[in-house]
Design a binder for this molecule. Structure first.
Ligand code: HEC
Length: 169
């Protein structure tokens, strides 16, 4: 077991398991027992979120609607319901203009969206899909967002966060 070849084999097997595990977990909603590498991938995605996103969105995604930061626990499932919404999750400036690479964003979303929505059937984002949305920036983020949420999914279940200029506190 301790020979270099055995160690090499074990590492390759672990890596393969990690990749499969991450996909299974992304589609199964974070519940099954975790392979060590898949767990590391998920931890990396969570750490990336905490570092780059949670300052505005809060660790659990609740945001601060009164200050214009949407509650993604409410909006992520609605946005996931349409192709335009799926694109918006990436096109929104907080995601697309971040310093993260396309594959980091894909990994982040493949952890974040099942966790936020409780859905286990989401099609994982690939780096290529992220790149294609990132190459189509939005002119008017608020109007685009309102159009998607207002028409695509039967309206908002909560008061619209409003423009930041409306914020009084
Ligand atoms: C400076 C604050 C800020 C940071 C940092 C930030 N966001 Fe956002 N995010 C917002 C605001 C505000 C919106 C609402 C749309 C808009 O006006 O841009 C939003 C919207 C979103 C949405 C769409 C949900 C909705 O209801 O509109 C997603 C997905 C999202 N952000 C993901 C991220 C991710 C992932 C990161 C980290 C890589 C991140 N954001 C970093 C402020 C931020």
């Amino acid at each position: 077991m301790g020979s270099p070849q055995a160690r090499l084999k074990r590492t390759a097997a672990q890596r393969a398991l990690g990749a499969v595990g991450a996909m299974v977990l992304a589609s199964a909603g974070l519940t099954p027992s975790l392979a060590a590498n898949a767990q590391a991938d998920l931890r990396h995605a969570r750490d990336t979120y905490l570092l780059h996103c949670s300052g505005c969105h809060q660790p659990d995604g609740r945001g601060k609607p009164s200050a214009g930061i949407p509650d993604m626990r409410e909006t992520a499932p609605l946005l996931l319901a349409t192709p335009a919404g799926r694109a918006f999750l990436i096109q929104v400036p907080g995601t697309s203009a971040s310093a993260l690479s396309n594959s980091e964003i894909a990994g982040l979303m493949n952890w974040l969206l099942p966790a936020l929505s409780g859905r286990s059937d989401l099609k994982p984002f690939s780096a290529e899909e992220v790149a294609s949305y990132r190459s189509q920036p939005l002119d008017d983020v608020s109007a685009h967002r309102a159009a998607i949420l207002g028409t695509g999914a039967g309206g908002l279940p909560y008061a619209s966060p409003g423009r930041r200029s409306d914020v009084t506190d």
